[in-house]
Design a protein around this ligand. Structure first.
Ligand SMILES: Nc1nc2c(ncn2[C@@H]2O[C@H](COP(=O)(O)OP(=O)(O)OP(=O)(O)O)[C@@H](O)[C@H]2O)c(=O)[nH]1
Ligand SMILES: [Mg+2]
Ligand SMILES: [Zn+2]
Length: 319
């Protein structure tokens, strides 16, 4: 009985692998010895994502995916019509935004909520510090996020002018945060996600060229998610992803929203009602904090507005 079960969980002749890139129907799988093989999912619908550990069966020079190992987490967004999975088995998410193009606070908040909901640690990095004026504005706009406890890094990944001496220090600090972890780099188009990959993984350029050649796409904007090893020992990984414009949270229960927003969570415990929506209830700790005139509120008006809008949006689809 036991052996029968064992063969069922690991089909005969299969090898273990890691999904390192996905393009539509097929994926690139890295074998244990570090070779790369194109694999096809068995079923009609492809459910594998980058970061998945799989069992695959070789066939000629390609392979078939036989099994997806259990995931520790799956980072995804849920738009109105579809689910968009970014990657699985992550240690953290690096939300990369930039001084230019100006980032949307709504999209940032949504990405943070999605990470909190999956219990994946988010780090925020603001790129293009060489663009002093817009950078200063953007950095100030991020103040509430620093206050609520998120780790925040200024970066100049590929500055227009010659590299300033402190950039090496920034990169070192970033490397320390990334070391020995699998990090999904997420953010709007043009923030510098792929530039970061090229900075930390110089040979990635070659790989990118290879893949885009194979797919016949010459575009500069990233169209697929790809995992790159930063070190030869393959312990530190960066996952580059296509820029996103919208970030649906239809999988989130509106009643859980405040739990996933650290500035709200801190005050929600003072609410009179356990099922407080923080929208109109008497004795609401959140509303009290928003309206506080004694000291500067730790919940910004923008965050409260984003919360109310999200609550309405998520309630609509649910009930
Ligand atoms: N001024 C300035 N420009 C930068 C910096 N880092 C990256 N860039 C530029 O920003 C542009 C976009 O960079 P990408 O790395 O392609 O951005 P991306 O986030 O991968 O974009 P998508 O693939 O479309 O999602 C490029 O022209 C980079 O040269 C920086 O520190 N300062
Ligand atoms: Mg890119
Ligand atoms: Zn409340």
């Amino acid at each position: 009985m036991r052996s029968a079960r064992a063969s069922e969980t690991t089909p005969a002749g299969t090898q273990s692998g890691l999904v390192v890139a996905g393009f539509g129907r097929h994926v690139m799988v890295e074998t244990e010895s570090g070779e790369r093989v194109i694999c096809h999912p068995r079923g009609k619908k492809s459910q594998v994502v980058v970061g998945d550990r799989i069992r695959w069966l070789p066939s000629q020079d390609e392979g078939t995916i036989e099994k997806i190992e259990e995931r520790s987490n799956l980072f995804y967004r849920q738009d109105e019509m579809r689910t968009k999975s970014f990657a699985a088995n992550l240690d953290q998410v690096l939300i990369l935004i930039a001084a230019e193009p100006e980032f949307s606070e709504s999209q940032l908040t949504r990405a943070l909520i999605a990470a909190e909901a999956e219990r994946i640690k988010p780090i925020i990095a603001l790129n293009k510090s060489d663009l002093a004026e817009p950078f200063g504005r953007a950095w100030a706009k991020l103040a509430p996020y620093r206050t609520m406890g998120y780790q925040m890094l200024p970066l100049a990944i590929k500055p227009k002018a010659a590299t300033a001496p402190e950039d090496a220090e920034q990169t070192r600090e970033l490397m320390e945060l990334l070391s020995r972890k699998k990090t999904l780099v997420l953010g709007p188009s043009g923030a510098g996600k792929s530039s970061l990959t090229n900075l930390l993984v110089p040979q990635a350029k070659v790989l990118t060229a290879e893949i885009s050649q194979a797919l016949n796409s010459g575009k500069h904007t990233t169209t697929s998610t790809t995992l790159y090893w930063v070190d030869e020992a393959r312990t530190t990984a960066l996952i580059d992803s296509p820029g996103f414009q919208e970030f649906g949270l239809h999988h989130i229960d509106p009643m859980q929203l405040a739990n996933y927003m650290p500035d709200f969570k801190a005050h929600a415990q003072d609410c009179k009602f356990y099922n407080c929506t923080h929208l109109h209830e008497p004795g609401c700790g959140v509303i009290l904090e928003v309206k506080s005139t004694v000291s500067a509120s730790s919940i910004s008006t923008n965050r409260y507005r984003l919360y109310s809008e999200l609550f309405a949006e998520l309630s609509q689809t649910r009930y």
